[in-house]
Design a protein around this ligand. Structure first.
Ligand SMILES: O=P(O)(O)OC[C@@H](O)[C@@H](O)c1c[nH]c2ccccc12
Length: 270
């Protein structure tokens, strides 16, 4: 999958000695037009890739901030098909890789092959399905590979060596390393020994590695960045969208993304 935008983006960053910044928002919160605008805002403010969450009623990997964003989006009646259409519209306006994140159920309901085909033809580059165990991912991977969509696996500090070894041949794009054992959400501090965790991951998986979960702003981003090729910020951004309550969240989101960009720029790989 050498032509995948995610792979190209990460290779370009590595060449320039830069850390990637991946920002997350939940689609349809407060509505899809706002989501499309926010994706553009984040890219303009310095995000290298954008992860877009398809809301699901039982988001088991998510903490309260993203759970509530999902609930708000579902209450508005947002549909998977409309989210994919929104991605196609965004793709006309941004070149940054787009990654969809959702749980297995919405993908299954849509149809695995149809989902992979429609997402890829909308210009989506990657897919994260946190409740799909690696052992069960073969069927979906067949479809995502067919359409050049990178199925990105999650590794956790609790992942065993055997699990990381099993993940290696099935991983596409990058490996998403979860910084904490738990759910998404900005944290005061990340207590995991990231050097040790990432050393273990890199022993088994040669793809670029991103770290996400718990990054609350520029300071924590700067602490995490030396350990990874890219980092993911979600809840801290979604929280700004929630707090805007009807007024335009874009200025606050742009400011936070810009500060994080500044904080991680110029850092070299540990
Ligand atoms: O919210 P945080 O702690 O900044 O973590 C990133 C995260 O939001 C995003 O990548 C994401 C949202 N929902 C997920 C579910 C599983 C894995 C990852 C995610």
């Amino acid at each position: 999958m050498s032509e995948n935008r995610i792979t190209l983006c990460l290779a370009g960053l590595a060449r320039r000695g830069k850390k990637g910044l991946i920002t997350y928002i939940t689609a349809g919160d407060p509505d899809l037009a706002a989501t499309a605008r926010l994706v553009e805002t984040m890219v303009s403010a310095g995000a290298d890739m954008v992860e877009i969450g398809i809301p699901f009623s039982d988001p088991v990997a998510d903490g309260p901030v993203i759970q509530q964003a999902s609930a708000r989006a579902l209450a508005k009646g947002v549909r998977v098909r409309e989210i994919i259409r929104m991605c196609a519209a965004v793709r006309q306006r941004v070149t940054a890789p787009l990654i969809l994140m959702t749980y297995y159920n919405p993908v299954f309901q849509y149809g695995l092959a149809d989902f992979a085909r429609d997402a890829a033809s909308a210009g989506v580059d990657g897919l994260i399905v946190p409740d799909l165990p690696i052992e069960e991912s073969g069927e979906l991977l067949g479809h995502t590979d067919q359409y050049g969509l990178a199925l990105i696996p999650l590794a956790a500090p609790t992942s065993t060596a055997a699990r990381l070894a099993a993940m290696a041949p099935l991983a596409r794009g990058f490996v998403y390393c979860v910084s904490v054992t738990g759910v998404t959400g900005a944290r005061q501090e990340i207590h995991t020994d990231l050097a040790k965790f990432m050393h273990r991951v890199r022993q088994y998986i040669s793809l670029p590695a991103a770290i996400g979960f718990g990054i609350s702003g520029p300071e924590s981003a700067a602490r995490v960045a030396p350990h990874c090729d890219a980092l993911v910020v979600g809840s801290a951004i979604v929280n700004l969208v929630a707090r805007a309550k009807g007024s335009d969240p874009a200025p606050a989101v742009a400011a936070l993304v810009g500060e994080i960009r500044k904080a991680i720029d110029g850092m070299v790989k540990a």
